[in-house]
Design a protein around this ligand. Structure first.
Ligand code: CMC
Length: 431
């Protein structure tokens, strides 16, 4: 072990050596698993910004250089050369599929795309205006009551079929929840379409329309889903892993991941960005007024779609999303004022001292909502599309966790700051 990797913690004059860990790309860590047993202390880090919760071989992110690799492949290469199901296969199985396996995987995804017919009635019972993320997470956990529950130590075949079911059915659930929200009949999946074409067809066809997805839109949908396919230990993956660490079934874990993703600081940000831009136009705010609000610490307003826990430079996904958005709006000229406002706001923010000092750049959610909007998706569906893309990542992490000998029940500690022990107060003495 080299000198700079060795570490010792000194507490009250006592020294405790800390084992060093190193990743394949040079990530350095200190193993503090024995910290409390040795020193009587625990580590305090509420946002877990300094904690590696596991070792993982799925995704590598360099937040300083803006690099994102899946199983060693650059995101940019995967976006240009693969469709979404190939990337899902890569994340889940660790290698890109040869032709035979690629075909088999696609055929399997088609085979399992239907939902149990009894599940249809669930959609009907949600109130009008129900957020599709609520429906999505509830439906995913409901799958565990319709399809045999995967045992904690389930054999490979059992695991494979559950994974395939989930990947295949999530897009059907997503499309059904949209159809329910607009009061249109559900469109069933069809074997004649590819993964993304099937999804677009279920979303936008109706008994009275002759919708046929444009090949460019299918290609774009593939790219958008790949853009979201995994992002190592983000909040939803960590939520999913935490639920998984209790031994809960895969459906329950994914449902938890969906709930965590919903928040506006995470996957809900794509919806929040578009709502923010709409608000700016409605109120007639100038970029200066918007940035002033974002910088004002007394104002809870933040520039949505800006900033990232890991990226201290331009998020590589945001770069791609911006290009895809520009290309789409050229291909399908829509006079979208929101796009112009987004461009101007980005330019002003990147030149602003506050944003520069704090390394705040557009993240993946800044432009994706505008793409979904131009494709015709309603605002509330944006986080659902994020979830659809993130699913193979969640699954890959769940599978990895099951094989990890270091994996344990995730159960953090706390620093108690409440009252010390006090005498019980009978009701007549309470004030
Ligand atoms: N607008 C204004 N100020 C910001 C913003 C923003 N969007 N983001 C961070 N800051 C400020 C923050 O106030 C703080 O300032 P100070 O040092 O003066 O207190 C500083 O920058 C550091 O911020 P932080 O909150 O400590 O950073 P974090 O790593 O905890 O937060 C974040 C990361 C993504 C939650 C945050 O940047 C944010 O709220 N962004 C807006 C929501 C958003 O776009 N989320 C999508 C994230 S990317 C996709 C995904 O994960 O799903």
């Amino acid at each position: 072990m080299t000198a700079e990797k060795q570490a010792e913690l000194r507490v009250a004059g006592e020294g405790y050596p800390l084992k060093a860990l190193e990743g394949t790309m040079g990530d350095l860590a200190l193993d503090i698993r024995d910290l409390r047993a040795q020193s009587g202390r625990v580590a305090y880090d509420p946002g877990m910004a300094n904690v590696a919760s596991c070792r993982s071989a799925i995704t590598f992110v360099d937040g300083e250089k803006g690099i994102l690799l899946h199983r060693g492949y650059a995101l940019e290469d995967l976006i240009e050369n693969c469709n979404f199901t190939e990337v899902a296969y890569l994340l889940i199985h660790g290698a890109l599929p040869p032709e035979e396996k690629r075909k088999k995987f696609s055929a399997l995804l088609n085979l399992h795309s239907m939902l149990h017919e009894d599940m249809r009635s669930f959609f009907g019972n949600y109130p009008e205006g129900a957020h599709p993320m609520a429906v999505l997470s509830a439906m995913v956990v409901s799958l565990s009551s319709f399809y045999p529950e995967l045992r904690h130590n389930g054999v490979k075949e059992e695991v494979d079929i559950t994974v395939t079911r989930l990947l295949s059915k999530l897009r059907t659930i997503a499309a059904f929840s949209y159809k329910k929200s607009i009061g249109e009949p559900y469109i069933y999946p069809s074997h004649k379409y590819s993964y993304c074409e099937n999804f677009l067809n279920m979303m936008f066809r109706s008994p009275v329309s002759r919708y046929k997805a444009e090949p460019e839109d299918v290609a774009l949908m593939n790219k958008l889903l790949i853009l979201h396919a995994d992002h190592e230990q983000n909040a939803s993956t960590t939520a999913m892993r935490m639920v998984g660490s209790t031994g809960a079934n895969l459906y329950a874990c994914i449902s938890a991941g969906i709930c965590a993703l919903w928040g506006p600081l995470h996957g809900g940000a794509n919806q929040a960005v578009v709502e923010m831009l709409e608000g700016i136009i409605e109120e007639g705010l100038t970029p200066e007024q918007v940035l002033a609000r974002a910088k004002n610490k007394q104002d809870p307003f933040r520039l949505m779609g800006f900033g990232h826990r890991i990226y201290k430079t331009y998020d590589p996904r945001a770069k791609i999303a911006k290009r895809l958005c520009t290309e789409l709006l050229q291909r399908r000229p829509i006079n979208d004022k929101l796009f112009d406002v987004a461009l101007e706001l980005e330019e002003r923010a990147l030149a602003d001292e506050y944003f520069r000092e704090r390394n705040l750049y557009p993240n993946v959610d800044y432009y994706t909502g505008l793409i979904y909007r131009a494709l015709g998706f309603p605002t509330e569906m944006y986080p659902v599309l994020f979830a659809l893309g993130r699913l193979p990542g969640w699954i890959a992490h769940w599978l990895e966790m099951r094989q990890d000998p270091d994996q344990k029940l995730m159960r953090p500690r706390q620093i108690y700051v409440g009252p010390e022990r006090r005498e019980f107060a009978p009701v007549e003495t309470r004030e």
